[in-house]
Write a protein that binds this ligand. Structure first.
Ligand code: ADP
Ligand code: MG
Ligand code: ZN
Length: 478
């Protein structure tokens, strides 16, 4: 039988506020020394009281609006109780029945088709600490404890690992455009727990799902889903039943491992947080946030197509990453010529350089504009420009300076080029003879000799015209 995957996601994104969700500790804990970003509140000392981080709430409203959600007028905090060494309070403050945002959607693009994915809810909560195990003892680091998290839960609308990947990339891009999260999976600032089940193709009813935890890269998400689809297919094909369990992804072995049976809401003994008041979100606040939302990727893409005359594909490539889109826009303005030309340089050569070095290079938007103008003016050839760009990328030096220092300027001077052409023809009488005898393709070889003689600096259009004229003149004489 053929099966179809059904996938729904729970995504946690760390909100980029300076302080934690309910205390004043510095929330930027990545690679900090263990237990240095802690206080009585986030270490769960008796009697310590939480205070709501207002900016985190505002960030969650921004996310809710960007995900086309309804923002709750009345929302509250709930305790999610469970016992774990990295959870000193014995509960996590979260939002249970009244999430801050609900009933939204997001459009994703996968291999050329568009698809709407419904967002069930988005709510605020606090992160837990982190346990690690060393030999016969265990260690706990509470730096993460209390870090503000936005949890986004989708409906089970995704149907493949590719769609899941597209959703995560789209969500990450939106969070970054909003400036509310670095959304860096590799640094733990965005984490994803896919729920996945299979059903026979054409069936209405969903199958029983497993949930996968511990995925800390996009690659891991894809690999784990592929593995789990395979595993569940084999169970169903042999007439078995998929157990509703939480699986952990073992990165080393590339397998999912059952961790525990799925908890139910009852297991968590949710109840309203008595130490915090409910949250009333006035319409004015929502409207003010809405009015200040930055332009989001989809809108920017439409504007790039409309305003700069880019293809949907080119615009999509440029807007996927906010920094790239900003760079492109600044460069296109500084350049002033055809915006498509700059787009080609950014998504071609610059992307290639970035991929090779894996780092941001020294090219500024104005620097790229200068380089492209040099090509337009015929000062350097296209291939020289690529070389110059690579050097700009490495050293940050300006295009004009590199060209002057290395003597790369293209020769467009008629007299200089004519002399080079005449000399090449004089040095290669045999090839000239062949040309005159009708083998016209030899002109290309002669052109190559002219380029060599000028060490690649001849303006190709001018040189070719001169060469053709010289050869034609000899033809008439013969
Ligand atoms: P809870 O975890 O509160 O019990 P659900 O299990 O309904 O809630 O939903 C958790 C996540 O699992 C959501 O992202 C949802 O889209 C997804 N999900 C629900 N049912 C299925 C299913 N049959 N197959 C795959 N994913 C599912
Ligand atoms: Mg769950
Ligand atoms: Zn604290």
């Amino acid at each position: 039988m053929e099966y179809e995957a059904v996938i729904g996601l729970e995504v946690h994104a760390q909100l980029a506020t300076r302080s934690k969700m309910f205390c004043g500790c510095d929330a930027n804990v990545f690679e900090a020394k263990p237990n240095t970003h802690t206080c009585p509140v986030c270490t769960g000392m008796p009697g310590a009281l939480p205070v709501i981080n207002e900016l985190a709430v505002e960030y969650a409203i921004m996310a809710g609006l960007a995900l086309n959600c309804q923002i709750a007028k009345f929302t509250k905090w709930d305790r999610k109780n469970y016992h774990y060494p990295d959870l000193p309070k014995g509960y996590q403050i979260s939002q249970y029945d009244l999430p801050l945002a609900r009933d939204g959607w997001l459009t994703i693009e996968v291999n050329g088709y568009q698809k709407r994915v419904d967002i069930r809810r988005a709510h605020l909560e606090e992160d837990t600490g982190k346990s690690s195990h060393a030999g016969d003892h265990s260690l706990v680091d509470l730096n993460r404890s209390g870090v503000p998290l936005l949890e986004v839960v989708t409906e089970p609308d995704l149907r493949s690992a590719e769609e899941t990947y597209a959703f995560l990339v789209t969500l990450r891009s939106i969070l970054r455009y909003l400036g509310i999260s670095t959304a860096d999976m590799e640094k733990g600032a965005m984490r994803c727990e896919p729920n996945i089940s299979l059903r026979p193709v054409g069936a209405e009813e969903y199958g029983r799902q497993t949930e996968i935890k511990n995925l800390n890269s996009f690659r891991a998400v894809r690999a784990a889903l592929a593995y789990e689809i395979d595993r569940q297919t084999r169970i169903l094909e042999s007439g078995g039943r998929v157990e509703r369990v939480t699986m952990g992804w073992d990165e080393q072995r590339g397998v999912t491992i059952p961790q525990r049976s799925k908890e139910t809401a009852e297991d968590y003994r949710y109840f309203p947080e008595p130490d915090l008041p409910p949250l009333l979100i006035g319409q004015e606040w929502v409207e003010r946030v809405r009015a200040q939302l930055p332009e989001l990727p989809d809108a920017r893409k439409a504007r790039f197509i409309e305003h700069y005359g880019l293809s949907a594909y080119d615009a999509g490539v440029l807007v996927a990453d906010k920094e790239t889109a900003d760079f492109y826009e600044d460069a296109a303005r500084a350049y002033g010529g055809k915006p498509k030309t700059v787009s080609n340089w950014v998504s071609g050569e610059l992307f290639r350089l970035a991929k090779e070095s894996g780092a941001a290079g020294g090219v500024t938007p104005a620097g790229l504009a200068e380089l492209v103008s040099l090509v337009d003016r015929g000062a350097i050839s296209n291939s020289t420009a690529k070389e110059v760009l690579a050097e700009m990328y490495r050293s940050g030096e300006a295009a004009g300076e590199i060209v002057a220092r290395r003597g790369l300027a293209q020769i467009s001077d008629q007299e200089v080029l004519e002399a080079a052409v005449v000399q090449v023809l004089a040095e290669n009488p045999e090839q000239v003879q062949q040309y005159l005898a009708g083998k016209e393709t030899i002109a290309q070889w002669l052109m190559g000799q002219v380029m060599r003689a000028t060490r690649g600096k001849a303006n190709p259009q001018v040189a070719l015209a001169l060469l053709t004229r010289q050869l034609d003149a000899r033809k008439e004489q013969s």
